[in-house]
Design a protein around this ligand. Sequence first.
Ligand code: ATP
Length: 194
Amino acid sequence: MPQFWKPGTEKPRLLDDEEGVIDFYCGCGGRFGDSSIERLRQRLPVYKYRTAILYLVETHSTTIVVGETGSGKTTQIPQFYLKEAGWADGGRVIACTQPRRLAVQAVASRVAEEMGVKLEEEVGYTIRFEDITKNGVTMIKFLTDGVLLREMMDDPLLTKYRNIKRLMQAAAVEAAAVVVMIENLGKDVHLVHS
Ligand SMILES: Nc1ncnc2c1ncn2[C@@H]1O[C@H](COP(=O)(O)OP(=O)(O)OP(=O)(O)O)[C@@H](O)[C@H]1O
C-alpha cells in the first residue's frame, strides 16, 4: 500500500509496486533510497505509457500527449524513441522543440545526464548563436521553436530532416504554427502538451 510522508512522521522509503514500475514511499530511508537514475525514470508517470505512446506515434502521423507538468514528457519520450523504437538508427535525428532557450539547455543537459553521455554527442541542442550538436553523432536534438522556424526559412522543405520523427513541445503559440507548417510539408509531428 502506498504511504504518504506526513509532517512529524518518519521519512518514508521507496518500494516497488507489483509490476516493478511505480514506486511508493513506505518506511524509512533516504529521499530516493539507493535508486539509480534509471529507477528515477521508471517512477515518472509517462513511463507506464511508453508502449502505448510508441504504438500511437508509429501508427499515426500526429500524436498529442497531454500530461501534468513534471510527468516526464520532455525528458522521457525522446529516450523511448531512441532506445526502444530505434528511430535514430541510420543517422536519423529526434528533434524536440522547447519554447525558451533556457528550457532547451536545461532539458538537454538533463537527458544527457540520464543517458550517461556527454552533451554535444548523442544528445545536443541548438539555440540562437549556439549549436551544441555533432553531425552524424547527435541523435536527440533539443531546439527552440524559433530555431526550427529559422531553419525552415533557409530550407523550406526541411530536407535535412527528411527522415526524422519530430517531437514538438506545445507550450507556445509559435509551436502550434510550427506544427501546422510541418504537417503541410507532409512530415510526422508528435506533439507533447502539458
Ligand atoms: N534539469 C533537471 N534537473 C533535475 N531533474 C530534472 C531536470 N529536468 C527534469 N527533471 C526531472 O525530470 C522529471 C520530468 O521532467 P520533464 O521535463 O520531462 O516533465 P514534463 O512532463 O515534460 O514537464 P513540463 O510539462 O513542465 O515540460 C521532473 O519531474 C524532474 O524531477
